[in-house]
Ligand binder design. Structure first.
Ligand SMILES: C[S@@+](CC[C@H](N)C(=O)[O-])C[C@H]1O[C@@H](n2cnc3c(N)ncnc32)[C@H](O)[C@@H]1O
Length: 230
């Protein structure tokens, strides 16, 4: 996928895909959006001591980088599985300014996310393990993660640009590979997406979005008491 680096309103980079006329992040602020949707509404909301996290769309590695830094702050172990069909090259990733903007002392950790081998677990920091899977999200129902997940970062390109990433079968598959009380967050608050998440079995909340976006979604796999009360 041919991409061009652009600078968003908070000074952090994003990638622009000319063929799709689509950005990897909000042009109002890439770091600001990722922090808001995935770290504040997702990771900080997950009360497990050890977290199995699944990301859809590794892309620039920004969400993974923020999660790695947060693991150290929260002192929680994270096993981070991420799916990506069109990896960004290591040399392109090296031009991104995320570590300069977020924490210049963590430049090496950001690089490690990109140089890590694919299809195997790699320890990036004391509390953060990464497994990058070069695969099509649409194959997830047939090749689910080896362990069920506690948290999902759903960060596909927008439904108008890539409708095949926002289909009922995909959300059903994500529900099946989630543990009880698992959380899914996404920047996309479209009614059709909310209804697909609900049909899959999730309970869905609309939350205020980051600058430039009215709402985002947080879905939870609630545990329902199956014992009937008489
Ligand atoms: C919105 S961007 C992800 C941004 C990323 N989370 C980040 O922090 O940079 C969407 C990502 O989905 C990937 N993608 C597109 N089609 C895919 C597919 N069928 N399966 C898996 N990943 C796909 C793209 O290559 C892109 O990296």
């Amino acid at each position: 996928m041919r991409t061009i680096i652009e600078t968003t309103d908070d000074g952090s980079h994003t990638l622009y895909v000319p063929e799709m006329d689509e950005h990897y992040h909000s042009t109002h602020g890439a770091v600001q959006e990722s922090m808001h949707v995935y770290i504040d509404a997702g990771l900080r909301h997950c009360n497990k001591a050890e977290i199995n996290l699944l990301e859809i769309g590794f892309g620039t590695g920004l969400n993974a980088f923020l999660a790695l830094l947060e693991a150290e702050k929260l002192q929680k172990k994270i096993h981070y599985t991420t799916l990506e069909l069109y990896p960004v090259s290591v040399s392109n990733a090296a031009s991104l300014n995320f570590s300069e903007i977020i924490d210049p002392t963590q430049r090496v950790s950001f690089e490690k996310l990109h140089t890590a081998a694919w299809e195997e677990w790699v320890q990036i920091s004391p509390l953060f393990w990464l497994k990058k899977m070069k695969m099509d999200l649409r194959d997830l129902p047939v090749t689910p993660p080896e362990e069920k997940v506690d948290l999902i970062f759903y960060d596909a390109f927008a439904p108008e640009k890539q409708p095949e990433m926002w289909r009922q079968e995909i959300f059903n598959g994500l529900f099946s590979c989630s543990r009880d009380n698992a959380i899914l967050t996404t920047y996309c608050a479209k009614g059709a997406v909310r209804r697909m998440l609900q049909s899959a079995g999730f309970t869905v909340e609309r939350l205020p979005g980051p600058p430039g976006k009215r709402e985002i979604l947080r879905a939870r796999k609630d545990v329902h008491d199956s014992v009937s009360t008489r």
